[in-house]
Design a protein around this ligand. Structure first.
Ligand code: ADP
Ligand code: MG
Length: 291
């Protein structure tokens, strides 16, 4: 049977934009020792914008952007959307139809377009050694400023780099600080590069971060956190986050997130409102005392 204190805490939460799918989750929240956050769409707004396009010698920039957007139009990754938006704003040309496409979560996309073989994705996806040419100057600087870098290979040749910047939510720093005040360890998990992750982690004020996590490695990190801390929460928004949300003691989804994340989570933040987590922890601690 549900205790009156639990019921009143759940309804109190709902009034404040926190949907709790059962008393046990609220109770667990009161015992939280660590909380892991996905980066893109959770600590950041998840709406990256293109900041820089660097092309190799002999590559036509407009044609490159048009084809990249034509490929990314078929992917639903936030970075893909940024490239499509950029093409629409700068080119005013109809997108092309790729002959084939393969979306590889955590890495990028492979496609065939106008008879060319394209790869768009992270450095390790297009071959690290070639990437160094780009990484010499501007690329390192851009990553250090928190830009996510995506590389393009055409028929085996590194051809371009696109930098995108996603802004940290205004309320992130405050939300993290509030959790730290309650002695809860804050950790960021991301598939992004070490350098970009470091910049976003610093801006967010999280205690620790793990970069270059493949989707399955996020689950692995969570398992390790559960060995180290008694009660661990995970906050995420994407399809990729669902397995980690499921394995956490408390899975928390951003209300604006994908359906899978919302279904898997134990708690939903109705307005993507990160500061509500620390509030819910306090609510839960008060409730646990009464029980
Ligand atoms: P995150 O955990 O930050 O949401 P992902 O695991 O989804 O990141 O992706 C990791 C990296 O793989 C991205 O930073 C990007 O470099 C690359 N990537 C993944 N999907 C795409 C795509 N559709 N287009 C370009 N790059 C991609
Ligand atoms: Mg995300």
């Amino acid at each position: 049977s549900i205790m009156p204190a639990t019921l009143s805490a759940i309804s109190n939460g709902a009034k404040h934009g926190i949907l709790v799918k059962g008393g046990v989750h609220l109770e667990n929240l009161g015992h939280l020792e660590a909380i892991a956050f996905d980066k893109t769409g959770t600590l950041t707004k998840g709406k990256p914008e293109v900041t820089e396009v660097l092309v190799n010698k002999g590559i036509d920039k407009e044609e490159l952007i048009l084809k990249a957007a034509s490929i990314e139009n078929l992917s639903n990754h936030p970075l893909a959307q940024a490239i499509v938006n950029y093409a629409k704003q700068t080119l005013r040309k109809d997108l092309l139809q790729p002959e084939s496409l393969e979306d590889i979560p955590g890495w990028g996309v492979k496609a065939s377009i106008n008879g060319e073989q394209w790869k768009i994705g992270k450095a390790a996806f297009v071959g690290n050694d070639q990437v160094d040419e780009f990484a010499e100057g501007k690329a390192l600087e851009l990553a250090g400023l928190g830009n996510t870098l995506v590389f393009i290979e055409i028929d085996g040749m590194l051809s371009a780099m696109i930098a995108m910047k996603d802004v940290v939510r205004e309320e992130t720093k405050h939300a993290i600080e509030d959790l730290k005040k309650q002695n809860i360890k804050t950790i960021m998990l991301t598939g992004d590069s070490e350098k970009t992750a470091r910049a976003i982690a610093a801006e967010s004020h999280v205690d620790e971060f793990y970069a270059e996590c493949l989707p399955e490695e996020k689950v692995e990190q969570l398992k390790q956190l559960k060995e180290k801390y008694k009660t661990v929460a995970m906050v995420g928004d994407g399809i990729n986050d669902a397995p980690a949300l499921a394995i956490a003691n408390v899975g928390i989804a951003m209300g604006g997130g994908t359906d899978v994340a919302l279904e898997t989570a134990d708690i939903v933040l109705m307005k993507n409102d990160l500061p509500k987590i620390a509030e819910a922890v306090r609510l839960s601690q008060r409730m646990n005392k009464i029980i």
